[in-house]
Design a protein around this ligand. Structure first.
Ligand code: DX5
Ligand code: ZN
Length: 222
């Protein structure tokens, strides 16, 4: 069954603590935290101090998605703030291998993300240093966008690369995932679906997560 990572970007920011608490016992596998700098992406979200303030109120794995230029400069700040895993964009760092190694050396999970126009082949040299690959299924920068259908082929291609390598790497998909496309996402090979609007847009988060997972388990027959 596919794991669900609710994206905080779609939460009510006037009640951030309550929103994070609403995920306790909801079946969420991790909390996805979207960091945007207004440079790598045309939007600004929040920084390490917000992550630090939320850390004591949740036991969820903090999955921090860095949509920022020069991500290498901020690794320590986010790890000190309480990130359990860091995802950097391959398009945003000069030496991805070095960044991934340093994330792992500091005891966190290391991941790389590719934008819709970035070919999956660029991942190949990085496989030994990856715990997770994030396939963007929208242009990064905003929540609530529509899932790009061509992402399904991209997920399959990434899955094939991972399987061929024999490495133990999770595949995460982010952007526009909802009850209408999650079965395809799952069958294409995704292990984790990020879901912002599809979780925080529903009053009952547990039910929202269950309905996303129910569809994938029905389709896969498991
Ligand atoms: C987009 C972000 C996503 C986004 C997901 O740049 O990386 O995590 O918030 O939100 P939805 O599920 O609403 O597309
Ligand atoms: Zn994200």
């Amino acid at each position: 069954m596919i794991a669900i990572a609710p994206s905080l970007l779609a939460a009510d920011f006037t009640r951030l603590g309550e929103e994070v608490r609403s995920l306790e016992n909801s079946g969420a596998s991790m909390l996805h935290l979207d960091i945007m700098d207004g440079n790598f992406v045309p939007n600004i979200s929040f920084g390490p101090d917000v992550v630090r303030q939320l850390r004591p109120i949740s036991s969820l794995f903090f999955d921090v998605h860095l949509m920022i230029s020069n991500a290498e400069r901020y690794i320590d700040r986010f790890l000190e703030a309480g990130a359990d895993g860091l995802t950097v964009h391959i398009e945003a760092v000069a030496h991805p291998e070095e960044v991934l190694k340093s994330i792992r050396a500091k005891g966190a999970k290391a991941a790389v993300s590719i934008k819709p126009a970035t070919p999956s082949e660029v991942l190949k040299p990085l496989l030994p240093w990856l715990d997770m690959i994030l396939v963007m299924s929208v242009e990064p920068g905003f929540g609530g966008q529509s899932f790009l259908p061509e992402s399904v082929e991209k997920i399959k291609a990434v899955k094939a690369i991972v399987q061929e390598s024999g490495c133990d790497i999770l595949i995460q998909v982010d952007g526009g995932v909802n009850i209408h496309n999650i079965a395809q996402v799952s069958m294409a090979g995704a292990d984790i679906a990020v879901a912002g609007t599809a979780v925080f847009g529903q009053k009952d988060r547990k039910e929202a997560i269950q309905s996303l997972q129910k569809i994938t388990s029905e389709d896969s027959g498991s």
